[in-house]
Design a protein around this ligand. Structure first.
Ligand code: ATP
Ligand code: MG
Length: 299
């Protein structure tokens, strides 16, 4: 990808990248925003996405060969915001050996016997890899904050459950991410920001279309009752954990084609920043390869 194309990519991420949480307001980002692109530009957006995804696949090969860096992409959203399909599109060209997606559902009883970060840490990507979290440790300050009974299941001693609990969790999450970044694991966090009206439309579509029925869950409709509490919890979480080193991307999610473009652009931008290249051979290694070639040719 050329410099000029990368500059274009920047245009799609700058408005949505939060590098300083203080004062962040969710209502400043419109879920229906498309950065000036109209629906007649959709074909062009798709073309950009395809090129971005191809470029990512090439970069991922170098990431793997170099074995210095890793990428952790965290996806959070309300139901039906398009996490699954965004992940599918953005990773579509990537070598499966260099990439792993982990989905986090309700914790098991074994997981609940541990500290809350335990189950997530085990899936942080190794060097050379791209790790994707479909939901993440952020659930610990989202669903757990919205539903008191979920916190009760975590078996914390009452003396530890104080008014400071959420602030402590934000701090610990932010410190853990800083630790990862200092170890060469880049952390990019995506909140796919869908509107309540668009979520309703997508739920009804799941009911209307037989091939989508399996995706429908009545629990998701119940969860809608807590919409504003979730929005507040997201806003607070982003305020406390957005930083220049591990930014949040609040991605408008009412138009799926635009969501995918912004997410791909953010990953392209992060990888471009690493200036990846294939490992340079030492003179000794070059001599070794020349020796092997000579032996093969002499057979
Ligand atoms: P989809 O609906 O597209 O399959 P999903 O991520 O919504 O994807 P579900 O199985 O529907 O998957 O939901 C997983 C549920 O697990 C979510 O409601 C989420 O809030 C919940 N969950 C995730 N982490 C935790 C946690 N640490 N404690 C309690 N609940 C959690
Ligand atoms: Mg769900």
């Amino acid at each position: 990808m050329k410099k000029s194309q990368l500059a274009r990519v920047g245009k799609f991420i700058r408005p949505y990248r939060i590098t300083r949480g203080k004062g962040f307001r969710l209502k400043d980002i419109d879920p229906a925003d498309t950065a000036g692109l109209k629906s007649e530009d959709k074909a062009e957006a798709r073309e950009m996405l395809t090129r971005g995804v191809e470029w990512l696949a090439e970069q991922q090969d170098m990431l793997y060969a170099q074995d210095h860096w890793a990428l952790l992409l965290v996806f959070q959203a309300m139901d039906a915001a398009g996490k699954d399909s965004t992940i599918k599109h953005v990773t579509s060209g990537i070598n499966p050996q260099g990439c792993a997606v982990t989905s986090f559902k309700q914790p098991s009883s074994e997981e609940l016997d541990h500290d809350y970060l335990w189950r997530y840490l085990r899936h942080v990507p190794a060097r050379g890899q791209i790790g994707i979290f479909n939901r993440s440790y952020y659930e610990e300050v989202l669903v757990v904050k919205v539903h008191e009974e979920v916190l009760a299941r975590q078996k914390m001693h009452p003396s530890l459950v104080t008014k400071k609990l959420w602030r402590q969790r934000y701090e610990d999450i932010a410190s853990y991410e800083r630790y990862l970044v200092r170890n060469g694991i880049l952390v990019l966090k995506f909140f796919l920001h869908v509107s309540k009206a668009e979520q309703k439309r997508r739920f009804i579509e799941r009911l209307d279309r037989p091939e989508k029925n399996w995706k429908f869950s009545s629990a998701d409709v119940a969860e809608r009752q807590h919409w504003s509490q979730y929005q507040e919890a997201y806003e607070e979480a982003i305020r406390h954990t957005a930083s220049a080193d591990s930014p949040w991307y609040v991605v408008p999610a009412d138009n799926k084609w635009f969501t995918r473009l912004v997410v791909a652009a953010a990953v392209v931008d992060a990888m471009a920043g690493l200036e990846l290249h294939y490992p340079v051979l030492s003179p000794a290694r070059r001599r070794e390869l020349a020796g092997s070639r000579a032996r093969l040719e002499a057979e």
